[in-house]
Design a protein around this ligand. Structure first.
Ligand code: G3H
Length: 231
C-alpha cells in the first residue's frame, strides 16, 4: 500500500496574529519550514521502521553474506513516486513551492470556511457572537459558521469525499504516494478518516505545525510515523 504523507502549511502571517481564515502568505518561520520541507520529505520517504516487511527482506539478505545485498534490495523495491496535493490557498501552495514533485491544487482541500468570522481572532468571535461561540463549544462537529459560505466540520467531511475517494484509489498502488499540504481542520478530517476517529473526536485532533505525518496503510488499520524539524 502506498504511503500517505500529511503536513500543515508553514506558519502563516495570520496564524502569527491568531486570526482564522483569510489567504495570507507564510511568516518568516513558515518560510523556514518551506525551505526545510524537501529534506524532511526525503527523510520520511527513506525511513524504514523496524519490523517493516521490506526492512526484513534487506536484513535477511545481508545476513546471508550477499555482497550485493543493498543493490538487490534497491532493485526489488521500486522507488516511491510522489504527488503533492495542496489547497488553492496561498499558504499551502507556497509551502509546497520548493518540492520537486508534480502538484495538484484542490479547491476541496481549502480550509473550513468560517463565514462572517473570516479574519477574526477567537477572542473577537467570542465578544461579537457569544451565543454562537458557546454553541460551537457544545457541538463542534455540527456547528456551522454563519455568513457567506460558512461551514461545519460535517460540511467539510462531505466536501472532502472526492479527495478521500482519490486517496483510496492511490492507496492500493504501492508506489504512488501522496503528500497533502493542508490546513488544520481539513487534515483533522483526513487523518481522522484514515485512523478511524469518531465524529465527536475529529474536531479536536491535534495537528501541530511544522511536522510531517507518514501514514502507511496496512491490511488492518494504519501505521503512523512523525517527522519534525526544528526551525
Ligand atoms: O479555521 C480553522 C482552524 O484551522 C480550525 O480550528 O476548528 O479548532 O477552530 P478549529
Amino acid at each position: 500500500h502506498a504511503n500517505i504523507y500529511l503536513s500543515r502549511h508553514g506558519e502563516s502571517q495570520l496564524n502569527l496574529e491568531g486570526r482564522i481564515g483569510g489567504d495570507s502568505l507564510l511568516s518568516p518561520r513558515g518560510e523556514r519550514y518551506m525551505r526545510a520541507l524537501p529534506e524532511l520529505i526525503a527523510q520520511a520517504q527513506a525511513y524504514t521502521p523496524y519490523g517493516h516487511a521490506d526492512d526484513d527482506r534487506e536484513r535477511s539478505r545481508g545476513a546471508d553474506g550477499d555482497a550485493d545485498a543493498d543493490a538487490d534490495a534497491d532493485a526489488v523495491r521500486e522507488p516511491e513516486s510522489l504527488t503533492v496535493w495542496t489547497s488553492t490557498l496561498r499558504r499551502t501552495r507556497q509551502t509546497a513551492s520548493l518540492l520537486p514533485y508534480p502538484k495538484i491544487a484542490w479547491r476541496e482541500l481549502d480550509e473550513l470556511s468560517v463565514g462572517a468570522c473570516d479574519g477574526m481572532t477567537y477572542a473577537e468571535i467570542e465578544q461579537r457572537f457569544p451565543a454562537e461561540f458557546a454553541e460551537r463549544d457544545n457541538d463542534k462537529y455540527n456547528y456551522r459558521y454563519h455568513g457567506p459560505g460558512g461551514e461545519s466540520y460535517a460540511d467539510l467531511v462531505r466536501r472532502l469525499e472526492p479527495v478521500i475517494m482519490e486517496l483510496e484509489r492511490h492507496r492500493h498502488d504501492p508506489n504512488k504516494a501522496i503528500l497533502i499540504i493542508g490546513h488544520q481542520a481539513v487534515l483533522r478530517c483526513i487523518y481522522g478518516y484514515l485512523l478511524s476517529f469518531s465524529h465527536d473526536e475529529l474536531p479536536y485532533i491535534p495537528i501541530p505545525l511544522h511536522m510531517v505525518m507518514r501514514i502507511t496503510p496496512k491490511a488492518y488499520g494504519c501505521v503512523e510515523t512523525r517527522f519534525r524539524v526544528d526551525i
